[in-house]
Write a protein that binds this ligand. Structure first.
Ligand code: PGA
Length: 255
């Protein structure tokens, strides 16, 4: 039985004061829904104050990136132990990082290994762009990203991962994939290569989220799918009522 996990990717939004307001509004409602793992991923600047605000709460904390080196002359980067000091989770390989900051399957793989070495749970993002989708290349693109992210990992490490399937054409566009389509890609192109590399038990253990224009209206559709274990939520995670409602719906559908 995989426990559902809903993570809010706040992206480059929320000052410290705004982040604290949001987390204060989320905390008790999310704590009242223990059947779902809920995670918030604020920008780096808000991680330490949000961690304090979550003291004693079961809401998880995640960063949106890290660098793989341990320390040193890497201006502007954040080391894995610095993230692990504050967080339990880290989003890696988000399509915006691949698109605007040159991340590749190889760099994502290095980050995944660094995160795991520091006890963090990576949320690894994969997904095809519109051109690839229209060319019918979704399966091969997603498969390659999954294989690339997992190079050199043990079965035990892979079983503990979270993978987020996020079709790029669905991110922030209001054009979400249907539940059935997302489920099919997750089963075929995410769990498929995991099964090929590590066996069926590991493929069934890894938690896989859908992401891309999820909201309180379409959440039930995703959670009714057997291979979807939650969501990586962008825009809708910035409003407390919306995010709480999505976690509530997940608990109702899966409960
Ligand atoms: P969205 O973003 O929910 O705003 O589409 C999802 C994501 O990029 O993780």
């Amino acid at each position: 039985m995989r426990k559902p996990i809903i993570a809010g990717n706040w992206k480059m939004n929320k000052t410290v004061a705004e982040a604290l307001t949001l987390v204060v509004n989320l905390r008790s409602a999310l704590d009242a829904i223990p059947a779902v793992t809920s995670v918030v991923c604020p920008p780096f600047t808000a991680l330490a104050p949000v961690k304090q605000a979550l003291n004693g709460s079961h809401v998880g904390l995640g960063a949106q990136n890290l660098f793989w080196e341990e320390k040193g002359a890497f201006t502007g980067e954040v080391a894995p132990n610095m993230v692990a000091e504050l967080c339990q989770y880290v989003i890696l390989g988000h399509s915006e990082r691949r698109q605007y900051f040159g991340e590749t399957d190889a760099s994502v793989n290095r980050k995944v290994k660094a995160a795991l070495a520091h006890g963090l749970i990576p949320i690894i993002c994969v997904g095809e762009n519109l051109e690839q989708y229209e060319a019918g290349a979704t399966d091969s693109v997603v498969r390659q990203q999954v294989n690339g992210a997992l190079v050199g990992l043990t079965a035990e490490q892979v079983a503990g991962l979270v993978i987020a399937y996020e079709p790029i054409w669905a991110i922030g566009t209001g054009k979400a994939a249907t539940g059935a389509a997302a489920n099919q890609i997750i089963s075929l192109s995410v769990r498929g290569p995991v099964a090929d590399l590590y066996g069926e038990a590991v493929a069934q253990a890894v938690r896989v989220q859908y992401g891309g224009s999820t909201n309180a209206k379409n959440m039930a559709e995703y959670m009714q799918q057997p291979d979807i274990d939650g969501a990586l939520v962008g825009g809708a995670s910035l409003k407390a009522e919306d995010f709480i409602e999505m976690v509530r719906i997940t608990a109702n559908v899966r409960g």
